[in-house]
Write a protein that binds this ligand. Structure first.
Ligand SMILES: Cc1cc2nc3c(=O)[nH]c(=O)nc-3n(C[C@H](O)[C@H](O)[C@H](O)COP(=O)(O)OP(=O)(O)OC[C@H]3O[C@@H](n4cnc5c(N)ncnc54)[C@H](O)[C@@H]3O)c2cc1C
Length: 388
């Protein structure tokens, strides 16, 4: 694999763009092309901020890739031919590839519960978030917003709306409640206590212990037969991955994520690597990586090393990742840093308040800088969060 080798990266999210940038910056003999349906990078971890009135930065892909010696093609990847090593974009036969990095991410699951697709909005793209803000900005006081989801996206959205659009009547339906404190992705008892105090301070009503069974126009029907009316329902309960990997014939997990080995190569097609939310990778401690930008970026780094290592015929490193903390914004002035063990299970220590908010903001900025965007992030706010 040397001259004429074409590396195509599908999806310019946190994982794919990191991989594309690192490979292009290495100036190997290979060509690098990034493909995305959008023209610019979206800071997906800030979409709830856009839905509450912030404007996104302009982070165009073309300039970013060209300045590194790579190129960008805008379009929707519609088919992958694994035997011919060819791609269709927008239904047209389009690009040949030698190595493919699949990084098409995930999106909110709106199909598992009846009525969600039709009656709820999601935080899936900038235009949907802007539209939601335009609607909420002029909504009469006490407009009822129902946010469904017990994960971090729902919590962040509820706090952001409550702080910046305080006239709204906000309810969060947590389902069975916050994930338990002894499982990966869970919150410690202290963190749950803190979150409940923040909801109370911000006037967010919390529904817990019942799941939404279906949505109809203006109402959610719960598992205990009760009903909750809304003017706007924001659905943030669970993610799905694009079905393209399965349709193409790549080996995927139950959830549709591409099954990968330790160097992030597909177990069925080694010339395809998978990174980010679209990949299922099992790390040293035996657990699967949680879908997050926190894991997507290091996966992008490792995929670039795998590809460049193969080109240079050097030995390849395995993906190694260890969790340290999870950070949650609770509006602009408050935040929660939940420290975790290496399996992502919460430990008791948390940081909260303005300190939590400052660290969350710093980490969002540092993520952008880590991909390669020029952002002035200044010095870290204070002692960095390290696992106790
Ligand atoms: C509101 C919100 C807050 C979040 N906060 C956090 C947080 O604080 N910390 C954290 O770790 N995670 C957070 N997440 C999760 C995080 O955003 C995702 O895990 C992360 O974006 C996954 O990165 P990725 O590169 O795999 O995919 P994505 O960022 O989803 O990027 C996928 C890319 O693929 C492109 N694409 C998809 N399909 C096609 C196609 N067919 N053709 C062409 N292009 C396509 C998309 O346009 C997109 O650019 C949050 C998510 C949301 C919604």
């Amino acid at each position: 694999m040397t001259d004429g080798h074409h590396i195509v990266v599908l999806g310019g999210g946190y994982a794919g763009l990191t991989a594309a940038a690192r490979i292009a910056e290495a100036h190997s003999a290979a060509l690098v092309t990034l493909v995305d349906r959008k023209s610019s990078f979206v800071e997906r971890i800030r979409l709830h901020e856009i839905a509450a009135g912030s404007e996104p930065r302009d982070l165009g892909y073309s300039t970013f890739m060209q300045s590194r010696g790579g190129s960008f093609v805008q379009g929707n990847v519609s088919a992958i031919d694994l035997s011919q090593q060819h791609l269709a974009i927008d239904g047209q036969s389009s690009l040949d590839w030698s190595t493919l990095i699949y990084a098409l991410g995930s999106y909110t699951d709106v199909n598992s519960i009846d009525g969600v697709d039709e009656h709820a909005v999601t935080l899936d793209d900038v235009s949907a978030c802007r539209q939601l803000y335009q609607q909420l900005e002029v909504a009469p006081p006490k407009t009822k917003i129902l946010i469904v989801g017990g994960g971090l996206t729902a919590i962040e959205a509820a706090c952001e709306f409550a702080e910046r659009l305080p006239e709204l009547d906000i309810t969060i339906a947590l389902g069975t409640g916050f994930a338990s404190s002894d499982e990966p992705g869970g919150l410690s008892n202290l963190a749950v206590e803190y979150l409940n105090s923040v909801f109370e301070r911000l006037g967010v009503r919390v529904l817990v212990g019942r799941r939404v069974l279906s949505l109809t126009r203006g109402a959610a029907i719960f598992s205990d037969g009760t009903k909750e009316t809304f003017d706007v329902c924001l659905w943030a309960a669970g993610f799905s991955v694009p079905d393209l990997a399965r349709q193409s014939g790549l080996t995927v997990s139950k959830s549709g994520q591409i099954s990968t080995g330790v160097t992030l190569a597909s177990v069925s097609h080694p010339n395809v690597l998978a990174v980010g939310d679209a990949a299922e990778v099992v790390v040293d401690h035996g657990g699967k990586c949680r879908t997050s930008c926190a894991t997507g970026r290091p996966m992008g780094e490792l995929a670039s090393k795998t590809v460049l290592g193969r080109l240079a015929s050097v030995s390849l490193d395995p993906f190694q990742f260890s969790y340290a903390f999870r950070c949650v914004s609770l509006g602009r002035e408050d935040g929660l840093i939940q420290f975790v063990d290496e399996k992502d299970c919460p430990v008791e220590e948390i940081w909260t308040g303005p300190r939590g908010a400052r660290w969350k903001e710093y980490i969002c900025q540092r993520t952008l800088q880590g991909i390669g965007f020029e952002v002035d992030i200044g010095a870290p706010p204070d002692t960095p969060p390290v696992r106790p």
